[in-house]
Design a protein around this ligand. Structure first.
Ligand code: 13P
Length: 250
């Protein structure tokens, strides 16, 4: 009953012409996929090209970040209403690379999520533990802390529109996928935190995606876990054929 979200995070890859070329083959490869929502998040400069290239298709476009102020003297930043005005519908918030390299915190995640929702964008909010935190047995505590700081302050109405992505930092870009069991355990922790704060209906409805070295050959076993409601894919979303194989995992 939770419709999977199969999302691609292109990170800092592709220019506008490479973006157009991707969709000229990708759209047809996923045109029959009605079992899931399909989202591609290119770099900002490619968002208008991606929106144009997916008009009339079942593929939706998102950004990878935003700033929470609507407009102003904030050189280099892009606001939620600006993203919404391009026709993009989604935005990734609090990716571990933004936490690690650009100083994002649970507090900024919360502010960005509110800003996205106010502009009518659908946020994909990322959480996940470092290798050192997993090795010291702190995974559940870290995930609950990120939920408490970034998502729990939302109203129930706001929370209902959020998608969560669990991305263990040690599995991102390393080729080390979390086993389906490890991923599912983390999803169960997160769903439990949602249940405690927002109740049964919210916990049963929220979609929790897995991200970290998802590939065409491991997506099926991950998606077989009842608590995994989709994937957020980095490297393997850059190739139209490969990502279409992930989307069409059934
Ligand atoms: P990879 O799929 O390249 O490991 O990246 C995962 C990720 O960070 C998606 O947001």
């Amino acid at each position: 009953m939770r419709k999977p979200v199969m999302a691609g995070n292109w990170k800092m890859y592709k220019n506008p012409s490479e973006t157009a070329a991707f969709f000229s083959s990708f759209n047809a490869l996923v045109a029959q996929a009605s079992h899931c929502e399909i989202v591609i998040c290119p770099p900002f400069v490619n968002v208008p090209t991606a929106v144009d290239a997916t008009k009339g298709s079942n593929v939706e476009i998102g950004a990878q970040n935003l700033y929470w102020v609507k407009e102003g003297a904030f050189t280099g930043e892009v606001s939620a209403p600006m993203i919404q005005a391009t026709g993009a519908q989604w935005v990734i918030i609090g990716h571990s690379e933004r936490r690690q390299y650009f100083g994002e915190t649970d507090e900024s995640v919360y502010k960005k999520t509110v800003a996205a929702l106010e502009a009518g964008l659908k946020p994909i909010v990322c959480v996940g533990e470092l290798l050192s935190q997993r090795e010291s047995g702190a995974t559940a505590e870290v995930l609950k802390g990120q939920f408490t700081g970034g998502l729990a302050p939302l109203t129930p109405e706001q929370f209902a529109k959020v998608v969560i992505a669990y991305e263990p930092v040690w599995a991102i870009g390393t080729g080390k996928t979390a086993t389906p069991e490890i991923a599912a355990d983390a999803h169960i922790v997160l769903r439990g935190a949602v249940r405690e704060k927002f109740g049964d209906a919210a916990a049963d409805a929220v979609r929790i995606l897995y991200g970290g070295s998802v590939k065409p050959d491991n997506v099926k076993s991950l998606m077989a876990k009842p608590d995994i409601d989709g994937v957020l894919v980095g490297g393997a979303s850059l190739d139209p054929k490969g990502f279409s194989n992930i989307v069409n995992f059934l």
